[in-house]
Write a protein that binds this ligand. Structure first.
Ligand SMILES: [Zn+2]
Length: 367
């Protein structure tokens, strides 16, 4: 439901986007279907179908009347259906905000939703943060999602659209997922975007830091001035443990590792660095000693090898098992969603929450 933003996007885009003031609400192309031979469509108001390459009108489309676009009978390489801001388009039975674009590829169709950004966010926010969270936390999330959306035009350029509708970018379920409070959070922050030094920021977020957030540099290797460790109201939240049989653990260290003898890792104190821990206390490295060789593993490698919820953890032995005991969920960089909820409940407004997790940033209304 709510989770990530992927490591892939981390620092690559940091310097990439310069700040644009928009004359009106921008639009994003959201990839809905790929590799299909036909698609069933319906629109909510009278529309025109155009060829966007030549601007020629192809046809008039009547409202509330289903029709099918078929690969073999489509005469243009690309067509778009557009209407007013109130247009809703149903694509294979699912209703979306805005119009539709269809790209004809060499042997299939790509179906794209042409979504005005603020409308698109109404379908994203309930998927990215639980709608039962409080309004100021939801507003902070709306600004983070908007910043992500505006920064990432053309993230899927090779496929012909800007963003996909899955966890890879942001989950977007169209009109079906909207709720009163998430709509209110989007409307009350309309156009508000986080900027740093004249650019829209990389507004990464995660479920729960466990007690302190982490710097971008310690997770994805690049120093980002506004993605630095931030304190939380509560420490040791979302306690978890993962048990791994010692033999299974040893096998994961490689065929030439032998038997697991010991693991060296200092004790976790949240907010206290050590040689083997970051400022927040997350595992930097752990020494894994086997009967045939030793392995120095990063916290991120440990998390990935054993599918751990976070790297804010201790490791201990008990019986024949290695036990990971930790806190929080996610990579820990940027805004903690549960932390934002805690600050919201303590009376903080969304702008204060955002400034806490994205240090030195400015809130700007871009349209
Ligand atoms: Zn994507």
């Amino acid at each position: 439901m709510y989770r990530k933003i992927l490591a892939v996007m981390c620092a690559i885009y940091f310097f990439a986007t310069s700040l644009t003031a928009y004359a009106s609400m921008p639009e994003r192309k959201i990839g809905i279907l790929k590799g299909v031979s036909q698609v069933n469509l319906q629109v909510s108001e009278p529309c025109i179908m155009i060829n966007p390459e030549t601007k020629e009108k192809i046809d008039n489309i009547e409202p509330n009347k289903p029709f099918t676009i078929d690969f073999s009978s489509m005469k243009f390489n690309v067509m778009e259906i557009r209407g007013t801001i109130n247009l809703r388009s149903t694509i294979n039975g699912k209703k979306y905000f805005g119009g539709v674009r269809i790209n004809k590829n060499s042997n299939s169709l790509t179906v794209i939703n042409l979504a005005p950004v603020e409308e698109y966010l109404r379908g994203v926010l309930p998927e990215e943060m639980p709608p039962y969270f409080s309004l100021e936390a939801l507003k902070a999330q709306a600004v983070a999602a908007r910043s992500f959306t505006l920064k990432n035009k053309n993230l899927h350029q090779s496929e012909g659209f800007d963003l996909c509708a899955t966890t890879h970018c942001q989950v977007y379920e169209g009109v079906s997922s909207i709720s009163g409070i998430t709509d209110k959070a989007v409307a009350e922050t309309s156009g508000m975007t986080l900027c740093f030094n004249g650019s829209v920021i990389l507004a990464t977020f995660h479920t729960d830091s466990g007690g302190m957030t982490e710097s971008n540099a310690n997770v994805w290797g690049t120093e980002v001035p506004y993605l630095q460790p931030a304190e939380e109201l509560a420490k040791k939240t979302q306690v978890w443990n993962v048990k791994v049989d010692k033999e299974v653990f040893a096998k994961k260290m490689g065929a030439d590792f032998g038997e697991l003898r010991s693991i060296t890792l200092s004790n976790l104190v949240i907010g206290q660095a050590a040689n083997d821990r970051t400022t927040s206390g997350r595992v930097k490295t752990a020494l894994i000693v086997g009967s045939k060789k030793s392995v120095q593993l990063s916290g991120i490698d440990l998390r990935s090898k054993f599918s751990l919820p976070s790297t804010l953890l201790n490791i201990k032995f008990q019986g024949g098992e290695v036990i990971f005991e930790g806190y929080g969920r996610g990579h820990g960089v940027g805004m903690s969603q549960c932390g934002a909820e805690a600050y919201s409940k303590s009376g903080w407004t969304y702008d204060r929450i955002l400034n806490h997790y994205y240090k030195g940033t400015e809130l700007k209304k871009l349209y």
